[in-house]
Design a binder for this molecule. Structure first.
Ligand code: SF4
Length: 167
């Protein structure tokens, strides 16, 4: 069962390194992608309890949908780039790929609520299985990214619009 709840305790602050943000309503300063945030202190944010007061609403609202801890715990067996700096590039790559996997799984999960005929239900199950190996590895995530699975899932989801409830 995939856990889509962000679990920062079991992550390695991947979002605080991977993501870029721009100074504005949601963020108090600019941060480029792939660079640790200036407030990152070990695995933790040193202003975690006052993000809103520090004009960092974007940090409060961001959810990785469970991708971060899965990369650390499942793909890298609990290791962190903070102990082994050479792990940073592959962990960031895996984080981007896992965010995509989880976004597609969430799309498929939302389709489960629709009144689908058997053929579509079978395809939904098939695509979900393809996105749910026993354990992801850096290699399998890279293969996923190179494959046409992301486009196939999106096209399948689009094809379900006739099954949406009519207003
Ligand atoms: S302010 Fe804190 S939560 Fe936001 S990116 Fe920086 S370290 Fe992460």
């Amino acid at each position: 069962m995939v856990d889509f709840t962000s679990d920062c305790q079991n992550c390695a602050a991947l979002c605080c390194v991977a993501l870029a943000f721009d100074k504005g309503d949601m963020f108090a300063f600019d941060k480029p992608a792939g660079v640790p945030c200036q407030h990152l202190n070990g695995p933790l944010c040193n202003i975690h309890t006052k993000l809103e007061a520090e004009s960092l609403k974007g940090c409060v609202q961001y959810q990785c949908d469970g991708a971060g801890q899965r990369v650390v715990q499942e793909v890298f067996a609990g290791q962190s780039w903070q102990d082994t700096s050479a792990l940073l590039p592959p962990m960031l790559e895996a984080f981007a790929q896992m965010r995509q996997v989880h976004a597609l799984l969430l799309l498929l999960n939302s389709a489960k609520a629709l009144p689908l005929p058997e053929a579509q239900l079978a395809e939904l199950k098939n695509l979900t299985l393809q996105l749910s190996p026993e354990a992801w590895t850096p290699e399998s995530l890279a293969s996923f990214e190179r494959s046409n699975l992301p486009q196939t899932v999106r096209a399948f989801f689009q094809s379900l619009k006739n099954f949406l409830p009519q207003r």
